[in-house]
Design a protein around this ligand. Structure first.
Ligand code: FES
Length: 114
């Protein structure tokens, strides 16, 4: 979450997991209001991205996380976790990022409107 963001008045923060449940090599896939969201730990930071690969249909949270990047398990689309940026042609577009805050050892996610 960048400090310059203006918080929408109807923003809902969803409590999705404990920070301690996250693993830097194995992302967590969660369902928030019917949306699949991938939760990624990179260093001490936590990021939330849309979880369905734009190329076809695979869950990126079941992919291979390394060096701040996530690789789709099906055909190898590669994305930068911190920004959602597509790093090769396979992914076709950048991923949507959701806002994250950490409070009292818990991870809260606010969905980006689609
Ligand atoms: S479904 Fe992700 S690269 Fe094809």
């Amino acid at each position: 979450m960048s400090s310059g963001d203006v918080e929408p008045s109807n923003a809902t923060w969803h409590d999705v997991c404990a920070v301690g449940e996250l693993d830097a090599e194995f992302p967590l896939g969660v369902d928030i209001e019917g949306q699949r969201v991938g939760v990624f730990k990179v260093g001490e930071a936590v990021h939330a991205l849309e979880d369905i690969c734009p190329h076809a249909y695979a869950l990126l949270s079941q992919g291979y996380q390394d060096n701040g990047q996530i690789e789709c398990p099906l055909h190898g689309a590669l994305f930068e976790i911190a920004s959602g940026k597509s790093l090769n042609d396979i992914g076709q577009r950048d991923l949507s990022c959701h806002r994250v805050k950490l409070e009292h050892g818990r991870v809260f996610i606010q969905l980006t409107p689609v």
